[in-house]
Design a protein around this ligand. Structure first.
Ligand code: FAD
Length: 401
């Protein structure tokens, strides 16, 4: 338990630290990787460079500190981040290293303003926050390991099939190399891939999450990966281009077990609306196939937005599902169609159009690029959809959106 004095110090310093939030966490990452370069095998280098990871960490630490006397209130957030930590194989021994460098960064950025009392209070608070994460994550490791077909850490999987789905998206069907069972998952969850690309003189392993893009219950996992090509001022994505260009059928990838809290609520029976932009369609396909199989009477509207038909993955599959299932409707939006007859809407999804094609009394799930997600979220809020019926996944570090 923290003393009242310590809690008061923490609460009064959170706003100050928030002002310097990103500077502190950017300094923190520099210090962390200087002293522990082996951790570069775990953390996403692009997210560091773009500041997404420091932002996510800053948000998480300050949110936790602001709730330090009632951490249970932010348990859902702790669990969401804990899922990512479990998928990355973050272990209890990593926490003291992070704590030491975070305090070092606070001291460096705040200078004399960081008095010994303040640093001591933060050391105590960090210890409590770390314990909360460690205990939540311990349960998650147990669950992943004890599930039928489950395992802990990374397990080798063979690429059984590699299928091109669009100009930029390719699916990989993965089966365990040991021939054993695999754990099931909830529609919307992701698996985690660890690779060491041999095409870039890489000395580090790189870890990325990929949503499972098929209905659960098969003897394989399927992921569908968008190739992040280079553009002016932007290098090609490391892992996605490696998977597309260098990983072929028969090759082996290391996989961590399914994780994630963005999952379909199958207790609900109200109409379901699944909205995706670009490669954000992966968790939506899994949810769609699941609801058609398990809740065949449930009304479901599947909306997909893409640049044009060349970028549209799994179009025929969705059309076949739509034809075969009466309570399903599907709509396509193209930003710049090559053939206008292939889409229902040209341009971006907006509120008037959503009101035309969906019912307000629905459960809404969405996933896609950040500007798309902001637009859909704003539209749903402007429509007064209650927060508990709005669900989304963001393909970046939790807490950085
Ligand atoms: P990175 O090397 O990580 O680079 C990411 C982006 O940053 C690229 O666009 C790159 O051009 C840019 N970048 C890198 N360095 C710089 C720099 N110095 N300056 C400017 N820009 C830079 N992806 C999928 O394709 N399918 C999925 O189903 C999927 N599911 C996901 C589920 C979750 C829960 C999460 C968190 C992510 C998911 N992702 C998915 C995203 C995926 O994990 C990777 O982030 C994605 O494949 C890009 O990884 P990369 O290694 O190719 O790119």
């Amino acid at each position: 338990m923290l003393s009242k004095e310590t809690i008061d110090i923490i609460k009064s310093t959170v706003p100050v630290l928030e002002i310097h939030g990103k500077t502190i966490t950017t300094t923190f990452y520099q210090m962390l990787f200087d002293s522990h370069p082996e951790l570069l095998n775990i953390f996403n280098h692009a997210n560091q460079r773009e500041g997404k990871q420091p932002q996510a960490l800053a948000n998480a630490v300050y949110a936790a500190a602001a709730h330090i006397d009632h951490l249970e209130d932010i348990l859902p957030v702790v669990k969401q981040i804990g899922q990512k930590h479990r998928a990355l194989n973050i272990l209890p021994e990593h926490y003291p290293i992070v704590g030491e460098n975070l305090l070092g960064a606070i001291k460096k950025v705040l200078g004399d303003a960081a008095t010994p009392e303040i640093l001591d209070a933060w050391a105590q608070a960090y210890g409590m926050i770390a314990d909360a994460f460690i205990s939540v994550e311990a349960e998650m490791y147990q669950e992943a390991e004890n599930a039928p077909g489950g395992w802990r850490g990374f397990r080798p999987f063979v690429v059984e099939r590699k299928i091109k789905e669009s100009d930029v998206i390719t699916s990989f069907y993965l089966k365990p190399q040991d021939g054993g069972a695999i754990s099931s998952y909830l529609p919307g969850q992701y698996i985690t891939v660890r690779v060491q690309p041999d095409n870039d003189n890489e000395s580090y392993t790189h870890i990325r999450h990929y949503s499972l893009s098929a209905v659960p219950g098969e003897d394989y996992y399927r992921i569908s990966v968008k190739r992040e090509d280079a553009a002016p001022g932007k290098p090609a994505g490391l892992v996605s281009t490696y998977l597309h260009n260098s990983v072929n059928e028969g090759d082996v990838l290391e996989i961590n077990a399914p994780a994630g809290s963005f999952t379909l609520d199958q207790e609900q029976n109200i109409p379901l609306v699944l909205i995706s932009g670009g490669v954000g369609l992966t968790p939506m396909i899994s949810m769609l196939e699941t609801v058609l199989k398990e809740q065949p009477e449930r009304e479901v509207t599947f909306i997909h937005a893409a640049i044009n038909e060349g970028f549209h993955a799994m179009r025929e599959h969705i059309e076949q599902l739509d034809t075969a299932h009466q309570p399903m409707k599907s709509y396509v939006c193209y930003e710049k169609p090559l053939d206008q007859s292939l889409c229902h809407k040209i341009g971006y999804i907006d509120l008037p159009w959503l009101q035309e094609v969906t019912s307000k009394e629905s459960d809404f799930y969405f996933c896609g690029p950040v500007p798309f997600m902001r637009a859909v979220n704003q539209a749903l809020q402007a429509w007064d959809i209650p927060a508990e019926r709005i669900h989304y996944e963001f393909f970046g570090p939790a807490g950085s959106l």
